[in-house]
Design a protein around this ligand. Sequence first.
Ligand code: FES
Length: 132
Amino acid sequence: MGDWVCTRAQGAAACLEETLNRKLGVMVRLTFLEHDGKAHVVEAVEGETLMRAALDNNVPGIVGECGGELACATCHCYLDTALSEAIEPIGNDETAMLEGALDVTRESRLSCQVLISKRMEGATVRLPLSQT
Ligand code: FES
């Protein structure tokens, strides 16, 4: 696993908790929802990316062609806006890469840039039609 990076938005206490959870291998339950409504419930380790969790669990619709280097947008997904901003607001580089993606909405994120947090427990990650 790479280095853990805390964000200003999450605050010091939440960062410490997530760091400990990551070291302990705390699991977070997520649902990836394909565009046609097919759901994939996965258990993912806090601190890994949504992209890695999808690929490790063979979720269709997340390709991750560039391996998470922010160079392809084939890991496009949709997160509830409030949740997205609470965990880690979208960055300028991610926003720029999304400009080349299809079916972009206000809820669009690149799953390789979203670190799984305990605050995402039970969250649904929707997948775009363009990646079916
Ligand atoms: S995997 Fe390429 S931008 Fe996310």
